[in-house]
Ligand binder design. Structure first.
Ligand SMILES: Nc1ncnc2c1ncn2[C@@H]1O[C@H](COP(=O)(O)OP(=O)(O)OP(=O)(O)O)[C@@H](O)[C@H]1O
Length: 461
């Protein structure tokens, strides 16, 4: 049985392509140009229970409130899967307007194949009555790869609890982003989220940063200062690079977590605190424990729930969506046109090793937004560090390398620029065929599909 979709968008061309794409894929479609008509149909559907399987909608449309549409859908058909196509800046409000339902977000501009894929997945999940298969609305975190779905599920599961969470993963994998999401989707969301990076401040100042100090508590303490614990009261304290916390501070932290109270440095006034701790590290804390650099009891206290962020190399399938997202973001941030990636460029990005993970991809997209000469980014436009590293890890990716060389050679628009490539290609092929045949010309010619004379002639030139 075919699935049905209602499409709401004020942009006629978008309605047109979506309707075509969905009909071609065998869906029953109904399109709406404005929310009035759409909401009238919702009223009817509510009476007749004739809802579609899926709604696809924009939220920002001139002269109308897409949020209201979402809120109505939420009220009338809370289990109806909704795909929201919107610019990234509107995502937060969309998520809050549609809490709880199955919801997916497609950043504009989107890829039609991706829309269909997400749509089919959403409907499948609904039919199997399992909301879990549809990614929870985790704001701003992009990831379709199974390893990321685990992360999203953890965020969803933890939304009603205040337990400590330990986030591990290499630098730039999104630990801070996930910490934010955990906070945003918790009961503490309207209280502060405060972050402190142990690696970024001198060890001797960590204690006073965390717990605050009285005026004159130590040399340089010219003012009384409220610590991060107090700032985060009722909310979440994110302790980044916890592995770099000095052991003395670890002892203090452990006590505060157990007692919910502490004295600021140099103060005799006890401060009570209600703070949820999310800690992160790129180190192996168990090793640090074994080496005596990290307290075993603190490790267990923080590690109530452990969420591991995969490296970008472990989720190469997400590279396309992430790159599209970062290119869009960079274009807004830098006020430049949005760059697209050519198939070959995307291929090269997917093959790169990404030691700096998502952060490196984000920086690369920013760089491309400024540096790539035209709207479509080609392999030759990619920064050298990406290209060189791509070649070394993916030596047999000869097409990408060739493409890059062709791009470079043709950029000068000189006539007959293909000739040297053809010549070299044929020479390499001849050598390889002769090597394979042990120098036997007849056989080498056969391998190449040439006549023996052709081979002899070419060997002479
Ligand atoms: N899944 C994702 N979707 C969108 N953006 C992401 C994702 N993961 C990471 N980012 C972005 O990549 C950058 C690096 O992420 P973040 O700072 O959270 O990493 P981290 O693991 O905390 O790094 P470090 O250990 O170096 O502090 C941020 O700008 C973040 O917004």
């Amino acid at each position: 049985m075919s699935s049905s979709v209602w499409i709401l968008d004020d942009d006629e061309s978008i309605r047109w392509v979506l309707e075509r794409a969905f009909s071609d894929a065998g869906w029953e479609t109904q399109v709406f140009a404005d929310p009035e008509g759409f909401l009238a149909c919702c009223n009817q559907a509510e009476r007749s229970l004739a809802w579609p399987d899926l709604v696809l909608t924009d939220v920002r449309m001139p002269g109308m409130d897409g949020m209201q549409v979402l809120a109505e859908l939420q009220r009338k058909a809370p289990r109806l899967p909704v795909l929201v196509m919107t610019a990234h800046s509107d995502l937060d409000s969309a998520v809050s307007a549609y809490k709880g339902g199955a919801f997916e977000y497609l950043p504009k501009p989107f890829d039609l194949d991706e829309v269909l894929q997400v749509a089919e997945r959403a409907v499948r999940a609904r039919k199997h009555n399992s909301k879990a298969a549809v990614a929870e609305p985790v704001t701003d975190i992009i990831g379709e790869a199974p390893a990321m779905q685990e992360v999203f599920r953890a965020v969803g599961r933890l939304s009603r609890s205040s337990v400590s969470v330990l986030l591990t993963g290499a630098s730039g994998t999104g630990k801070e982003l996930v910490a934010h999401a955990l906070h945003k989707h918790s009961k503490r969301a309207n209280k502060p989220f405060v972050a402190l990076n142990m690696a970024a401040i001198p060890a001797e100042l960590i204690e006073s940063e965390l717990f605050g100090h009285e005026k004159g508590a130590f040399t340089g303490a010219l003012q009384k200062r409220i610590g991060r614990f107090q700032q985060a009261d009722g909310g979440t304290l994110f302790l980044d690079e916890i592995g770099d916390m000095p052991v003395a501070v670890q002892t203090r932290l452990l006590r505060v977590l157990a007692e919910g109270q502490f004295y600021p440095v140099g103060s005799h006034q006890l401060v009570s605190t209600d703070v949820r701790i999310i800690a992160a590290t790129h180190q192996d804390l168990r090793k640090a424990v074994a080496a005596g650099r990290f307290r075993d009891d603190l490790y267990h206290r923080l590690n109530v729930i452990h969420v591991r962020l995969p490296t970008l190399a472990e989720r190469r399938d997400d590279i396309a969506a992430l790159a599209r997202y970062f290119l869009t973001q960079a274009s807004v941030e830098l006020d430049m046109p949005v760059k697209r990636l050519s198939t070959q460029a995307l291929h090269a990005l997917k093959a790169a090793p990404w030691p700096g993970n998502v952060r490196q991809l984000e920086n690369t997209c920013r760089w491309l937004t400024v540096m790539a000469p035209s709207d479509e980014v080609d392999v030759g436009d990619l920064p050298d560090d990406i290209l060189t590293s791509t070649e070394t890890i993916n030596e047999n990716n000869w097409a990408t390398t060739l493409q890059k060389e062709l791009d470079r050679a043709f950029r000068g628009k000189k006539a007959n620029a293909l000739q040297p490539f053809e010549k070299q290609f044929k020479e390499l092929a001849m050598q390889a065929a002769l090597k394979a045949s042990g120098g036997h010309r007849q056989q080498a010619a056969q391998i190449l599909g040439w006549g023996r004379n052709t081979l002899t002639r070419k060997l002479k030139t």
